[in-house]
Write a protein that binds this ligand. Structure first.
Ligand code: 5AD
Ligand code: SF4
Length: 455
């Protein structure tokens, strides 16, 4: 099985892509490949890509040109994995400058060893759909990689994909086109993986899915799945991302509020605050319904930290309609927000039916205003925490830089503090002493004893 072929695998985009990189590493390590960080010494360069927003693929194209230039003719196979492979397949075939050797979509990673063996040496020519052996962008209704144990880097958090794909077809979003239909993994298989992670020393798991709260497998829904995961000894914290606001029933709110291992933190994408725009986006809720959900969540769980995603400049969004988003952000008082300018993505409903008619300068004006508003709110909310004592799961040990350590509180906020004798995975109490919009500073108080796993 020994290959002595070296792969440099670079990941772009979201946590699901980070997770898929771990799946790919596991599959290719088993096939005898070794991995290197250095693209210059690699025989194969793989880019695990994202196509959710427009600038993501520009970055990837730039890197490919850069790799070729730096290698000055030294042979290498270069290929693309992930969402760009399926989401932008036509563009990749037609772009002769990229001269890709392989293009493999997110449901075809088990075929990678066969594909790499087949293409063997640098092809030097662009792939053609259906003809080139390096080209596989088939999407599956069943593939969940339930039988592949990801090759994870060490750390305190492990990502665990519980479902893949999405059936929602929000009109701006390429994910259903790039990652295919929704499918969930068997709960028992997920629990087995989480047990193994606990045995390996991981303290936190983050359950992943494009629409994670629509998880359902043989009668087990997402609320039940969270409960089952929380029974695994050794796992102290459970997070999940990203849920859709339309799939948040009362019993899920109850589990979130009452289960001590489920972190009091939710990333709840809003996208827009105006009802006409939300309808055009096919989000299936109104601004009022979103706020009602926020109220219900906060009532059940007063310390809840909420973050969100927002798109500005969706086609036809007027100034007045943007003000609805602005006002909703003021009312909802998110802890943080990721705000994006709309960009049309191939094959999406919005790209096919609506003209991208909000001028770039308007998009910029809206994103700047919203970012400023959110930074003010984030700072105010973080300042409210000064003086409080928070349990922090340590991520960096503090052995360097004069004992500068950091970890995250339950709300997923980074807390910086000093302590020279910590290790990643320790749980400690920290008193919050200072706040910025994006981080907290604190002083170490004491270690929190965590009961050892009971075998
Ligand atoms: N344009 C801008 N932002 C987008 N997102 C998804 N598609 C687009 C697009 N076409 C944003 C959404 C989503 C996040 C992951 O990326 O806010 O929640
Ligand atoms: Fe995209 Fe909407 Fe699915 Fe999220 S829920 S992945 S935004 S289609």
């Amino acid at each position: 099985m020994k290959q002595d072929k070296r792969i440099c695998l670079i990941t772009y985009g979201c946590q699901m892509n980070e997770y898929d990189t771990e799946i790919v590493r596991s599959i290719l390590s088993a096939a005898g490949y070794v991995f290197t960080q250095d693209d210059l010494e690699a025989d194969i360069i793989m880019l695990n890509t994202c196509s959710v927003r427009e600038n993501a693929h520009r970055k990837v194209y730039g890197h490919i040109h850069d790799f070729r230039h730096r290698r000055q003719g030294k042979p290498v196979l270069i290929g693309i994995l992930g969402c760009m492979a399926t989401g932008l397949r036509q563009e990749l075939i037609e772009n002769k400058h990229l001269a890709l050797d392989f293009v493999v979509g997110p449901d075809s990673y088990k075929r990678l060893p066969a594909i790499l063996a087949q293409i063997g040496s640098p092809a030097g020519a662009a792939s053609e759909e259906g003809k080139h052996p390096g080209y596989d962008v088939t999407l599956s209704e069943f593939e969940t990689y339930a039988d592949v144990y990801p090759a994870r880097a060490e750390g305190v958090n492990a990502w665990v994909a519980v479902m893949r794909g999405c059936n929602n077809f929000c009109s701006f979003c390429i994910v259903p086109h790039a990652r295919g239909r929704e499918r969930s993994r068997p709960a028992g298989n997920i629990i087995d993986e989480v047990r193994r992670l606990a045995d390996e020393g991981f303290k936190q798991v983050t359950l992943l899915g494009q629409n994670v709260n629509s998880y359902r497998h043989e009668g087990v829904d997402f609320a039940r799945l969270l409960e089952q995961v929380s029974t695994v000894k050794g796992i102290e914290r459970i997070r999940f991302t990203s849920p859709h606001p339309k799939d948040f029933p009362q019993d899920l709110i109850h589990v979130l509020a009452t289960n001590p291992k489920v972190c009091k933190q939710v990333h709840l994408p809003l996208q827009a605050g105006n009802d006409r725009v939300l309808e055009l986006m096919r989000r299936h809720y109104s601004g009022r319904e979103f706020l009602d959900l926020v109220c219900k969540l906060r009532k059940a769980c007063p310390t809840l930290a909420l973050s969100t995603d927002i798109i500005v400049g969706f086609p036809t969004e007027t100034d007045v309609e943007f003000e609805d988003t602005f006002e909703l952000v003021k009312t909802a008082r998110f802890d943080s927000a990721f705000i994006f300018k709309y960009s049309p993505r191939p094959r999406t409903e919005a790209a096919l039916k609506l003209k991208d008619d909000v001028p770039e300068a308007k998009k910029t004006e809206r994103i700047v205003r919203l970012n400023k508003l959110q930074a003010d709110i984030s700072l105010e909310k973080n300042k409210e925490l000064v003086g409080l004592v928070h349990p922090v799961l340590v991520e960096s040990s503090g052995k360097t830089k004069g004992g500068a350590a950091y970890g995250r509180n339950d709300a997923n906020k980074i807390v910086n503090f000093a302590h020279a004798a910590l290790k990643a995975g320790d749980m400690v109490n920290v008193r919050i002493t200072r706040a910025t919009p994006h981080q907290l500073k604190g002083e170490f108080l004491n270690f929190i004893e965590v009961l050892a796993p009971l075998g």
